[in-house]
Design a protein around this ligand. Structure first.
Ligand SMILES: N[C@@H](CCC(=O)N[C@@H](CS)C(=O)NCC(=O)O)C(=O)O
Length: 555
C-alpha cells in the first residue's frame, strides 16, 4: 500500500529542498570567490609581490577556504561574513596590487630610460647607406651592442657636422664612420670600429684564426675596394669613365674572385666554421660589385664566392642591416648623364685633399693626370662626394608651390624663445598664410593600444624622427592625454600646401596611417581654440575628455 505523505512530512521535504538549494547557491558563490581569489593571487605572484601573496595564503588558511566542504557546514550568516571579509580583502589587495604595479611600471620606465640613454650614448656617425658603416652595424647585430646611428640632421649632417671643430677634436680626419662610446671612447676607421663592436666569436680567440680574420679584412681593403671603386663608381655616375682603367679593374676583381673562389671551395665561411668579421668585411666590400656589375655571366666562374656571399647576406644579422640584397642581373654601364648632373657646383666648398685615394692605383693615377689638364667638370668624385652632391638635389616635394609670405622658421624661433600666448600665437595669426599653408588636427586611431605613457611618448617622438626631412615645411604640437593604460594622442599640424604632406614622399608614410586627419578651417573658432590650446599646452581640451599629460613639438 502506498503510504500517503503527511502534511508535516511534505513541509519537511520542502524545507530540505530549500535548504539544499540554498546550500548549492552558497557553494557556487564560494567557488566563484575562491576562483577570484586564486586569480588575484596569480596576478600578484605574476607581479612578484611575495608579501601580499603570503598574506593571502595566510588568510586562506585561516578561513579554511581550501578545505572544500568545511565551509558548507558553517551557517549561512557566518559564510556571508566570510564573503564580505573576502570582499574587503579583495579591495585591499587590489589597492596593494595596483600600488605594486605602479612601482613596477616606474621601475620599467627607469630601465627603459637607462637603456635609451645607453643606446643614445653608443653613437655611430655616418651618412645613410654607407657600406663601411654596415660592417660595424652588422658586427653590432652579432654582439648585441646597442648602437645609435646618427646619419641625418639634426644629429649629424654629412659634410657639415664632420667639419666642425667639435667633431674634428674627437675625429681629426673628419671622416665617417666615426664611433663614440658611452665612456667617451672615440674611434675612426671602419675596420677598427667593426672590430671593437664585435664579440669574441666574430674576432676569434686563437692567434692563428684572429690573424686570418685580419688577413681577410685587409684583403677586402687592398684587393677588392680599389678595383671595385674604379669599375663601379662610373656606373653610379660619381666618377668619370675610363675604359682602360675599367678593364684593368675588371681584371683585378677577377683575380680577387679567383682567390676567394679557391679558398671557399672547401669552406662555408672565410675563417673557421662560422661567420666572422672576415665574412662581414669582405661581403660588405663586395656589396656594390654584386649589386651593380657582377652579372650572372661574369660571376659564373666563381660559384663558391656567390654561394658564400648569398649565405652571408641572408644571415638575419646581415639582413637586419642590409635588407634584401638583389644580385645584379645586367652589368651597369657608365652613367654619363648622372655624372654631369652630380658634378659639384662652382660654389660648393672645396673638399679637402683625399678624393679617390682608394681607387688610385698607379695606372689610374696616370689617367687622372691626363684628365686634370682638361677643363672642369671632370673632377673626380668618390662615394663620399656622391652623397654630398646628391643630398641637395633630392627632389623637393614642395617645389611646385609658389612662395609663401609665412616664414616658418621665424615662427618657430618665436615659439621656441618667447612666450607662447603673448608672442608666438599673435605672431602666428598675424603672419599665417592660408593659401600657402594648412592646419590639420590629428588623432591617434588606436588609443586602446596605448599603455605606459613613456611608451606613447616614444611613439610620438619616433614619428617626429622619421619625418625629419619634413621639418622645414611643417610644425606640430602633439599631446599625450590621460594616464597609463587610459590615454589618447592628438595634435595640431601646420603643413606647407593644402594637402597632407605625408603623401608627397614614401619616406613619410610610416606613421601617418595610424592617425585620423582632419583639415581645419583656419578662420573657424574651433581652429583658433585648438591652435591656442595645443600650442600653449593648456586649456580645456573639451574634445579630448582626458587631462593633459605631456606634449611634444615637431619643429
Ligand atoms: N678608411 C676609412 C675611410 C673613411 C672615409 O673615407 N670616409 C669618407 C666618407 S666615404 C668621409 O667621411 N669623408 C669626409 C668628407 O668627405 O667630408 C674607413 O674605412 O673608415
Amino acid at each position: 500500500m502506498i503510504q500517503k505523505e503527511t502534511q508535516e512530512e511534505k513541509k519537511e521535504h520542502e524545507k530540505q529542498g530549500q535548504k539544499y538549494e540554498e546550500k548549492t547557491r552558497l557553494t557556487q558563490e564560494r567557488e566563484e570567490l575562491e576562483e577570484q581569489l586564486a586569480q588575484k593571487t596569480a596576478d600578484i605572484i605574476y607581479h612578484q609581490c611575495p608579501v601580499l601573496q603570503q598574506t593571502i595564503l595566510e588568510l586562506m588558511t585561516k578561513w579554511e577556504l581550501t578545505e572544500e566542504n568545511k565551509n558548507l557546514r558553517k551557517p549561512a550568516e557566518e559564510h556571508n561574513q566570510c564573503s564580505s571579509k573576502i570582499e574587503v580583502m579583495f579591495h585591499q589587495s587590489n589597492e596593494l596590487a595596483e600600488a605594486k604595479v605602479g612601482q613596477l611600471e616606474e621601475k620599467e620606465l627607469e630601465i627603459e630610460q637607462t637603456l635609451q640613454q645607453k643606446e643614445a650614448l653608443l653613437t655611430l656617425y655616418t651618412y645613410p647607406e654607407n657600406w663601411r658603416t654596415f660592417k660595424a652595424q652588422i658586427a653590432a647585430q652579432y654582439s648585441g651592442a646597442h648602437l645609435k646611428v646618427a646619419s641625418t640632421s639634426p644629429a649629424f649632417t654629412f659634410g657639415q657636422t664632420n667639419r666642425t671643430p667639435a667633431f674634428l677634436n674627437k675625429f681629426p680626419l673628419g671622416e665617417v664612420p666615426a664611433y663614440q662610446g658611452d665612456d667617451g671612447f672615440c674611434l675612426f676607421e671602419s675596420n677598427a670600429i667593426a672590430h671593437y663592436l664585435s664579440n669574441d666569436a666574430l674576432r676569434f680567440a686563437t692567434p692563428q684564426a684572429a690573424a686570418q680574420v685580419l688577413q681577410w679584412v685587409n684583403f677586402a681593403d687592398s684587393e677588392i675596394i680599389p678595383p671595385t671603386s674604379v669599375w663601379v663608381f662610373p656606373t653610379l655616375g660619381i666618377m668619370q669613365f675610363n675604359k682602360q682603367a675599367t678593364e684593368q679593374a675588371k681584371e683585378d676583381v677577377k683575380r680577387a674572385l679567383t682567390v676567394l673562389n679557391q679558398h671557399l671551395n672547401t669552406r662555408t665561411f672565410l675563417v673557421g666554421e662560422r661567420v666572422s668579421l672576415a665574412d662581414i668585411s669582405v661581403a660588405c666590400s663586395m656589396l656594390w660589385l654584386y649589386k651593380q656589375v657582377l652579372e650572372p655571366a661574369f660571376r659564373q666562374p666563381y660559384p663558391n664566392v656567390t654561394r658564400w656571399f648569398v649565405t652571408c647576406v641572408n644571415q638575419p644579422e646581415f639582413k637586419a642591416v642590409l635588407g634584401e640584397v638583389k644580385l645584379c642581373e645586367k652589368m651597369a654601364q657608365f652613367d654619363a648623364k648622372k655624372f654631369f648632373e652630380m658634378q659639384p657646383k662652382k660654389d660648393t666648398p672645396p673638399k679637402k685633399e683625399k678624393a679617390g685615394k682608394e681607387a688610385a692605383k698607379p695606372q689610374e693615377k696616370k689617367e687622372k693626370k691626363k684628365e686634370e689638364k682638361k677643363p672642369a667638370p671632370e673632377e673626380e668624385m668618390d662615394d663620399c662626394d656622391a652623397v654630398l652632391a646628391a643630398e641637395p638635389k633630392t627632389k623637393d616635394p614642395f617645389a611646385h608651390l609658389s612662395k609663401s609670405t609665412f616664414v616658418m622658421d621665424e615662427f618657430k624661433r618665436k615659439y621656441s624663445n618667447e612666450d607662447t600666448l603673448t608672442v608666438a600665437l599673435p605672431h602666428f595669426w598675424e603672419h599665417f598664410d592660408r593659401e600657402g599653408y594648412s592646419i590639420w588636427y590629428s588623432q591617434y586611431k588606436y588609443p586602446e593600444e596605448l599603455t605606459l605613457t613613456f611608451k606613447s611618448c616614444n611613439l610620438i617622438t619616433g614619428m617626429f624622427q622619421r619625418l625629419d626631412k619634413l621639418r622645414k615645411n611643417a610644425f606640430a604640437s602633439v599631446i599625450l592625454f590621460g594616464t597609463n593604460n587610459d590615454s589618447s594622442i592628438s595634435g595640431i599640424w601646420i603643413f606647407r600646401g593644402q594637402e597632407l604632406a605625408f603623401t608627397l614622399s614614401e619616406d613619410w608614410q610610416i606613421d601617418y596611417e595610424s592617425y585620423d586627419w582632419r583639415k581645419l578651417d583656419s578662420d573657424s573658432e574651433e581652429c583658433k581654440t585648438m591652435v591656442k590650446e595645443y600650442f600653449a599646452w593648456e586649456g580645456d581640451f573639451k574634445h579630448v575628455g582626458k587631462a593633459f599629460n605631456q606634449g611634444k613639438v615637431f619643429k
